[in-house]
Ligand binder design. Structure first.
Ligand SMILES: [Zn+2]
Length: 50
């Protein structure tokens, strides 16, 4: 099992932005491809690596 490191404040902020987007965005709610969510999740992954 992988140990989950605590998220940095930066990663947490990015995660919250991503969550907000998916609850607000009609495309995401309709399970359609959304270019913005790709960008946001990439930012979150990058922030987690730091
Ligand atoms: Zn979206």
């Amino acid at each position: 099992m992988k140990h989950l490191a605590p998220m940095s404040p930066e990663a947490e902020a990015a995660y919250r932005t991503l969550l907000h987007h998916t609850t607000d965005c009609g495309r995401c709610k309709g399970n359609k491809h959304c270019p913005q969510v790709v960008v946001l999740s990439r930012k979150w992954k990058e922030a987690r690596r730091r």
